[in-house]
Ligand binder design. Structure first.
Ligand code: PLP
Length: 368
């Protein structure tokens, strides 16, 4: 029987806040002002406050956020940026866009996040920054990373595209390093209705440089100090994000309840369940299980009408896009093993009791 449970239902978020979102939309289209105006200003102030930092700069998307941070830090050709081997390719592309070389480091097998013990061995005289990802919504272990960065005089940049609102030892992600890049791609925990992104930082000078870079390298209209970019958060997206930001903590709390249900319900299955260190407060962007016969399990779930996704099927070092690095199969065995065993189960804040129980029941049926 087809259970008809999608992997993700984005329309449910719209329907829950329809009145407020429609009002925000009408207010912007009615205002006659669509780029860099009061909605972006207000969103930047509100999001900075949410993250517990002094500055936020809205940009066009998450990749640009990371790319512009590196540019603003003067990291470029000849420089190396340490990145997780186990991440979405955008993390690597940010380094490449800046002209720097991404240097991958293996993850911790339990948390899937970058393993600080591998970082020190990857540092060379060219290393300028460590770009940390809080994968699947779970914060990386930042203290040892910040300690290494201090000792080698490196910048720490967070890729928070999957972890809006998560906490590390009580402190929000996005406030833990020198700067952080967020994505508001629709499927993220704080998702726009199109593309969007932001940089957060406590460094006023850095924020100012990114403000200039996102807008053609110009502080004063038609006066260009440098060859900048066009990467701005739209007024419309900012207005819609301001509505959704008010609900982010409560929607993350719902994800946590759903994750708890999965954890309990799937305990007896032999599937590898997420492992949460005691200092981490994850926001469950994805609920990822590990299993040996992944393709078969995914096929059976598809046949039962349950949507799943693989995050991610091919690691960046084995993508044709990074053939230039000459990293062969087997060069990052932990990452490669993760990529061949992970499967993401349905997860969105409006997913209901009945839906999650159905997924659990089907999995119990299949795995026994
Ligand atoms: C989504 C994502 C990005 C890129 O965000 P975009 O807004 O799509 O450019 C970067 N890093 C990670 C880990 C992501 O999941």
């Amino acid at each position: 029987m087809n259970k008809n449970i999608p992997f993700l239902d984005l329309k449910a978020a719209y329907l829950e806040l329809k009145e407020e979102l429609d009002a925000a939309y009408h207010s912007v289209v009615d205002s006659g002002w669509y780029v860099l105006g009061k909605e972006v200003d207000a969103f930047e102030a509100e999001f900075a406050s949410f993250c517990g930092v002094r500055h936020c700069v809205g940009v066009g998307n998450g990749l640009d956020a990371l790319h512009l941070i590196l540019r603003a830090m003067d990291i470029g050709p000849g420089d190396e940026v340490i990145v997780p081997a186990n991440t979405y390719i955008a993390t690597w592309l940010a380094a490449s866009y800046a002209g720097a070389t991404p240097v991958p480091v293996e993850p911790d097998e339990q948390t899937y996040n970058i393993n600080s013990t591998g970082i020190e061995a990857a540092i060379t005289t060219r290393t300028k920054a460590i770009l940390v990802v809080h994968l699947y919504g779970q914060p990386a272990d930042m203290d040892p990373i910040i300690d290494i960065a201090r000792r080698y005089n490196l910048k720490v940049i967070e890729d928070v595209a999957q972890a809006h609102g998560a906490r590390y030892k009580g402190q929000r992600t996005g406030s833990l390093g020198d700067a952080a890049g967020f994505s508001f791609y629709p499927g993220k925990n704080l998702g726009a209705f199109g593309d969007g992104g932001a940089v957060t930082t406590n460094d006023a000078g850095l924020a100012e440089r990114i403000r200039t870079l996102r807008n053609y390298g110009s502080k004063v209209k038609y006066h260009n100090e440098q060859k900048g970019f066009n990467s701005r958060l739209d007024e419309l997206q900012a207005a819609l994000l301001r509505v959704k930001l008010k609900y982010l903590d409560s929607w993350n709390a719902r994800r946590e309840i759903l994750a708890g249900r999965y954890m309990l319900g799937l305990q007896a299955t032999g599937l590898q369940l997420p492992s949460v260190p005691e200092w981490a407060q994850p926001v469950w962007h994805l609920f990822v299980i590990g299993c040996r016969n992944r393709e078969q399990l995914q096929q059976q779930l598809t046949e039962a009408g349950i949507g799943t996704m693989i995050h991610y099927p091919v690691p960046p070092h084995l993508q044709p896009a990074y053939a230039e690095l000459g990293l062969k199969e087997g060069s990052f065995p932990i990452t490669e093993r993760i990529h061949s065993t992970v499967l993401s189960l349905p997860m969105w804040p409006q997913m209901d009791e009945k839906q999650i129980q159905t997924v659990i029941d089907v999995l119990l049926d299949i795995t026994f």
